[in-house]
Every structure is written in structure tokens, then in C-alpha cells.
Design a protein around this ligand. Structure first.
Ligand code: ZN
Length: 450
């Protein structure tokens, strides 16, 4: 297939904006990026996919999300609003994840993945929790990944908050799923796994030790770290050390591990994280919503920590997360020089791409020969020049979610001309809607039970 008449944005380390070029896709991979006239001459029998003047660029990557949070959409939390992070967990997320059944796990994954395809997000790292349906929960999400054509890394959040039996069930779910993926390597590498852990404040030493001992070779952990001060205070008061030191002691840090948030880590913890080559993922919209502060992303970047960009379950328009990152740090520090657009682009582009390479062993998030064809079309026609140098500011101030018209993963078109091809959008929404009253009712009863 030849993608013609587009403006190609490659997102290579030296990013290029190419006019008059075409991209050739064969099977799941890009084979050529070259002058359109040359490729048309060389491959006269190729099917043509006309981009019609749109931008042709790599699909977005989301390094931390929670499909299970879908049913929080439109939810007004009953009673007094939560006053701090722990109350947000207790009043919203914990009763909501307990309310999920097999069907509502599937429906949550369906609506989130559909949203991702619609908004050009082609790889997501999901962190799942459903205490009332643990064993087999990752299979429910896997089925949606399989049918939708998206690329995803899955994990189950192990926690002690519902007792040892459920912590053990979470451990087993991670092991079972990781072993399946490693043995069968299904979906041509479109699916991967990490070992999910909720957060230091809900994990005992005994459980961390079990996780360290049982994690299958070749994968890392995916855990919330120091999202709020409460997580650090808990670690200091119970264990006499800060979170990163505690996680290091239990072998949780490492070059395959993903640490979400790291808002309250101190300089020593940052050094530990840098030394261990762990990945950090930043979710500024979530941090603002929970009023937990802002991670020292610029310092982490200077220390050589690879900071990535996730959405923590917010909408899958990753450009909205770009914008939040760009604005939030300026506002937080009262300084317009903070969080340069090139750093946002490095985090969301280069670092997210390298994370996928690290976790899936694949090259995506870049348009070059041999990379996997995860590509989107963006219907953006700026009235100012667009260059590799100023592209971040076009994305920050010009792009919006409705501009994605085509989404492709592994060379397969999942959405064309805004129409989702691999999923029945009407059915997905009507089935999710049918389950919503029951999920919300169960949420209310879990909230009272607490
Ligand atoms: Zn999260």
C-alpha cells in the first residue's frame, strides 16, 4: 500500500516534515519513505491510500491508563466532595473498581479502546483493577485488544487493601497472563504485559516479597509511585524509608519497570530511579484533578530519567495531555519558561516510543523503513509554516481531537474517514449503556459498605 499526497512527519530523533513524499506499507511494516514520484514509478501496482493533503504521522502512545475507570464518566460523587487524595481513592476509585463484573470490564475496555482509535492513540499501557472479578480479568481486556486491532500492554494492580487472598489472586493473574503472552506471543506482538502493583501504601512487605519472587523473567513492574504525599508518609512511618528506597529493596525498580506519577519523590529517590533505569510516566491532567502537585519532570529529564506521557484514564486524545503538561508546569511554577514545547515532544514522542521498544521489542511511533505501520492522518492545514522545529507548538496550539481521520495499527486500518472499521461503535456504546445503571448501583452499595 502506498500512502500518497500527505505531509509526512517522521518523529525520528532528527524529526522531519516531508512534502512530496510517500510512505509504503507492506503487511504490518513500513518498507519505504521516499519521494512520491519515485515510489509510484517503482511500485505501480500498489494500492493507493490518498492522504489528500493531511499530515501523515505516527500514532500516539499512552504510557499509563486505566480502562476500568470508564464508568466514572458523568459520575457525581455522592456526599461531601473528597478533600484529599486518599478520600478520592476511597470515595471514587475503590468502590468503582469493586463494582466491576466480567461484562463491565469488557465494556470499559471497549469504550476506552474505541475512544483511543477515534483519537489516534495506537498503543496504550493499561493498569487494571477489578477486585470482584480478578482471575481472567486480563483475558476480557485482551479479547477487546484482539478484535479492535489496537496495541496494548496489560497488567493487574496487586493490592493488600482487600486482604491477602485477593492480593494473591492479583499476583496469580499477572503471572498467568504474562506466561500466556510469553509462551504464545499472540497477535503478532500487538499485546504485551507488565506485573501490575497498585502503590506502596497498599502493599505490605510480604506481598512485595512475593511479587519479587514470582515475577516472570523478561517483564517489569507497573506501579503508582508517590502520587500524593500520603504515599510517602505511609512509607516513612511504616518502614522508615522513602518509597523508591523501599521499592529498590524489593527489586521493584529496574529497566523494565514503569513508575507512574513520582510527584513527591525527593532528589535521592530520583537518583535511585535514574540509576535503576526505571521509566517514569507523567499524567498532568490527573495530577491537577487530584490536586496532588506536579512531578519534577524537568529535573528527572536532566538526570537522564526517561519520562513518558500517559493519561491515567482521562480521554485518549494525547494532545490534550501534551497541552496540560505544557500549561500546568508554567502555572505551577509561576514561570512561562518552564516545560518547553520540545521537552513535551520528547516525553510524548521519543520517550514513549522508546518505552514501547523496551516493552514490546518493536519499533513504533516513528515513520521509517522497518518500523511497524502505526500511522494516523491528521486533517490540519495551518495558516503558518510548519517545520520540524516548530511542530510541537502546532500540536500544542493548533491540533485538536477531531482532526484525526484515519488510524492504522500494524498496517491495518482501524478507522477511515472518521468511521471506526474494526468495532461496531453503536453496539459498543449501547451495550456499555445497558450495564451502566447496574455498575453505578453496585458502586453506591460498595461505597456504603466501606
Ligand atoms: Zn494511574
Amino acid at each position: 500500500m502506498l500512502i500518497t499526497n500527505g505531509i509526512v512527519i517522521t518523529w525520528e530523533d532528527e524529526n522531519r516534515v516531508l512534502e512530496g513524499y510517500a510512505v509504503r506499507v507492506e503487511g504490518s511494516k513500513i518498507t519505504h519513505v521516499d519521494k512520491q514520484s519515485l515510489l509510484l514509478e517503482k511500485f505501480p501496482h500498489d494500492e493507493i491510500l490518498d492522504a489528500n493533503g493531511q499530515l501523515v504521522m505516527p500514532g500516539n502512545i499512552c504510557s499509563h491508563t486505566h480502562f476500568y475507570g470508564a464508568y466514572s464518566r458523568g459520575m457525581a460523587i455522592p456526599g461531601d466532595p473528597p478533600a484529599h487524595f486518599i478520600q478520592i481513592l476511597e470515595k471514587l476509585w475503590w468502590p468503582l473498581d469493586k463494582a466491576l463484573s466480567r461484562q463491565s470490564i469488557e465494556a470499559s475496555a471497549n469504550v476506552c479502546i474505541l475512544d483511543a482509535i477515534r483519537h489516534g492513540t495506537t498503543t496504550l499501557f493499561d493498569h487494571h483493577a477489578s477486585p470482584s472479578y480478578i482471575e481472567g480479568s486480563l483475558d476480557e481486556i485482551y479479547k477487546v485488544v484482539e478484535l479492535s486491532g489496537i496495541r496494548a500492554s496489560l497488567s493487574y494492580e496487586v493490592t493488600d487493601r482487600n486482604g491477602i487472598d485477593q492480593a494473591d489472586a492479583g499476583i496469580q493473574e499477572n503471572i498467568r497472563f504474562a506466561n500466556y503472552i510469553q509462551k504464545h506471543k499472540p497477535l503478532d506482538g500487538r499485546v504485551s504485559s507488565t506485573f501490575g502493583l497498585h502503590a506502596s501504601l497498599t502493599l505490605s512487605n510480604e506481598t512485595l516479597e512475593k511479587c519479587r519472587k514470582s515475577i516472570p523473567d523478561g517483564i517489569g513492574f507497573h506501579i503508582h509511585v508517590a502520587e500524593s504525599e500520603a504515599d510517602e508518609y505511609d512509607s516513612l512511618s511504616k518502614y522508615g524509608m522513602r518509597i523508591a528506597e523501599r521499592l529498590d529493596k524489593f527489586g521493584i525498580l529496574g529497566s523494565k519497570s514503569i513508575l507512574a506519577h513520582c510527584v513527591h519523590v525527593d532528589a535521592k529517590e530520583m537518583e535511585l530511579i535514574a540509576k535503576s533505569n526505571s521509566w517514569v510516566t507523567h499524567q498532568p491532567r490527573s495530577n491537577m484533578n487530584n490536586a496532588v502537585g506536579m512531578a519534577a519532570v524537568e529535573s528527572m529529564d536532566s538526570l537522564g530519567i526517561k519520562v513518558c506521557l500517559g493519561n491515567d484514564g482521562f480521554s485518549n486524545t494525547m494532545w490534550d495531555e501534551w497541552k496540560a503538561a505544557y500549561l500546568a508546569h508554567k502555572s505551577w511554577h509561576h514561570d512561562p519558561r518552564r516545560m518547553n514545547g520540545t521537552l513535551v515532544a520528547k516525553i510524548a514522542g521519543k520517550n514513549n516510543r522508546e518505552l514501547v521498544h523496551n516493552q514490546f521489542g518493536l519499533e513504533v511511533g516513528i515513520i521509517k523503513p522497518e518500523a511497524h505501520a502505526d500511522i494516523i492522518f491528521v486533517d490540519y492545514h495551518p495558516f503558518t509554516p510548519i517545520t520540524a522545529g516548530n511542530l510541537p507548538w502546532h500540536i500544542l496550539f493548533g491540533f485538536n481531537e477531531s482532526m484525526v481521520t484515519l488510524t492504522m495499527v500494524d498496517g491495518k486500518i482501524l478507522m477511515k474517514d472518521h468511521e471506526i472499521i474494526t468495532m461496531d461503535e453503536k453496539r459498543v456504546y449501547s451495550e456499555a449503556k445497558k450495564l451502566a445503571p447496574d455498575v453505578w448501583e453496585r458502586y453506591q452499595s460498595m461505597l456504603k459498605e466501606k
